[in-house]
Design a binder for this molecule. Sequence first.
Ligand code: FES
Length: 131
Amino acid sequence: MALYSEKVMDHFRNPRNVGVIDNADGVGEVGNAKCGDIMKMYLKIDDDVVSDVKFETFGCGSAIASSSMATELIKGKPLSEVKQLTNKAVSEALDGLPAYKMHCSVLAEEAIHSALDDYYSKHPEKKPEEE
Ligand code: FES
């Protein structure tokens, strides 16, 4: 069996939503101290929905594929769903990652949550009550 799924290879070779959003409503940057990879997410939010998302990833192929897939999973989605995004959902959407590459999908989850936190810190009135 190939080490990486076709979906991983596709999102690595043709990553979706690469770039920067000027005047993004939320920006999140995270890194993994062990491998040194860095991921930055930009969110544009309208009426509690992710109307646009872009990313920049300085990292391995799995990190690039994970960020690309994560942006596809949250684009057009309400923030209530975006908040629930897990690295497991990202890796499943990619048809799996090798165990030692799971941390790459964790980076995508963290980058999106960090961008969301940034948005809520600028718009505390939008933050939903904790259940
Ligand atoms: Fe660190 Fe992939 S090896 S994010």
